[in-house]
Design a protein around this ligand. Structure first.
Ligand code: F6P
Length: 365
């Protein structure tokens, strides 16, 4: 009788998810007793009635490493511990279905689970592990905010998209003598913003880890005017905030979704600059999901493939409750418990921040 493994992709989509799936199925093909099942839309596939599970064969995953998104589908709402239920009065409640999850795992004769996802998904992995689930995690996020791994796949592709956008905006800023503001993703970490600002040559980069003073930003723009350059490019992370201010967000109303959706930092900065007397015309671009979709770059395909192969090998070693991680040049296993303990933020004293300052990039302080 074959051994069955369940794999799911959870949270926001991310370039490289399909490359992980392909890699682990290709690696599993060397151990023919294993049958790999994919759960559709994160763990929903196992929890729905009827279940939505698909067999992942080498034929099914052939060539998908170049595709964005995930062939299994995903969701960043709910999960086994917080399953949204529609009440008759139109409201929603969250119920804990983790015991049901464990029962279904047994009924389906699943001997290993691989959960590919960001911090929210890995919190679910840890919770399931504590209930006795034989689970291995694979970290994923464009935000690069998971600790215990040098990089997550998807991040470099997101940086490429942000840098490409900045390269285009620079030409308009220069031609029209304008201030162009580019708002990028990253949630509470400024990695995408900082990398894109350095790669694309921005004059200002505002990140959540360093609160900005609008006067400092204005002084940088004024210097650009007096020096004869006459334009400026600003990269702002969606989680950036002014000194003594708060992050810009909207309250999310989708049941089971994260209660806060960041957004609006770029428009707010534009208004603050106008209020502070900025003389140049200002335009804003919100890059949004263009950073998350599309083909993974070569770096992310390689890292995702390394994670996929290693995750399968952790299953063979029965390293339950562990997550694959990149510690250059190695791919290692770290306890999921440790990886979700704290976020990976940009250290304002780091060499990367020093590089930005050395290039004359204003960080708003
Ligand atoms: O965590 C990845 C991410 O893209 C963040 O950078 C962003 O804040 C969030 O997800 C957006 O989520 P959604 O796709 O639900 O709008």
């Amino acid at each position: 009788m074959s051994k069955r493994m369940l794999v799911a992709t959870g949270g926001g989509d991310c370039p490289g998810l399909n490359a992980v799936l392909r890699a682990l199925v290709k690696r599993a093909a060397f151990e023919p007793e294993w049958e790999i099942l994919g759960s559709i839309d994160a763990f929903n596939g196992l929890l729905l009635d009827p279940m939505k599970l698909v067999e992942l064969t080498p034929q099914k995953v052939a060539g998908i490493h170049v595709q964005g998104g995930t062939i299994l589908g995903t969701t960043n709402k709910g999960g086994p511990f917080e399953w949204p239920v529609h009440n008759p009065d139109g409201t929603w409640s969250m119920i804990d279905r983790s015991a049901d999850f464990m029962r279904r795992i047994q009924e389906q004769r699943i001997e290993a689970v691989i959960n590919i996802g960001g911090d929210g998904s890995q919190r679910i992995s840890q919770g399931l592990f504590e209930l006795g689930c034989p689970i291995v995690g694979v970290p994923k996020t464009i935000d690069n905010d998971l600790s215990d791994t040098d990089f997550t796949f998807g991040f470099q592709t997101a940086v490429d998209a942000a840098t490409d956008a900045l390269d285009k905006l620079v030409t308009t800023a220069a031609s029209h003598h304008r201030v162009l503001i580019l708002e990028v993703m990253g949630r509470y970490a400024g990695w995408i913003a900082l990398h894109a600002a350095i790669a694309g040559g921005a004059e200002v980069c505002l990140i959540p880890e360093i609160d900005y003073d609008i006067q400092s930003v204005l002084r940088t723009i004024d210097r650009r005017v007096t020096s004869g350059k006459g334009f400026a490019n600003i990269v702002i992370a969606e989680g950036a905030k002014p000194v003594a201010g708060s992050m810009s967000f909207s309250q999310d109303v989708e049941p089971g979704a994260m209660p806060i959706r960041l957004g609006g930092a770029g428009l707010r900065l534009s208004q603050e600059l106008k209020n502070a007397g900025c003389e140049l015309d200002i335009r804003e671009t919100i890059l949004g999901h263009l950073q998350r979709g599309g083909r993974p770059n070569a770096f992310d395909r390689i890292l995702a493939s390394q994670f996929g192969v290693k995750a399968f090998e952790l299953v063979l070693e029965q390293k339950w409750g562990h997550m694959v991680a990149y510690r250059h040049p190695d791919i290692v296993a770290v306890p999921i418990r440790d990886a979700i303990q704290h976020y990976n933020y940009v250290d304002p004293a780091s060499d990367l921040v020093k590089t930005a300052r050395g290039l004359g990039i204003c960080l708003g302080d």
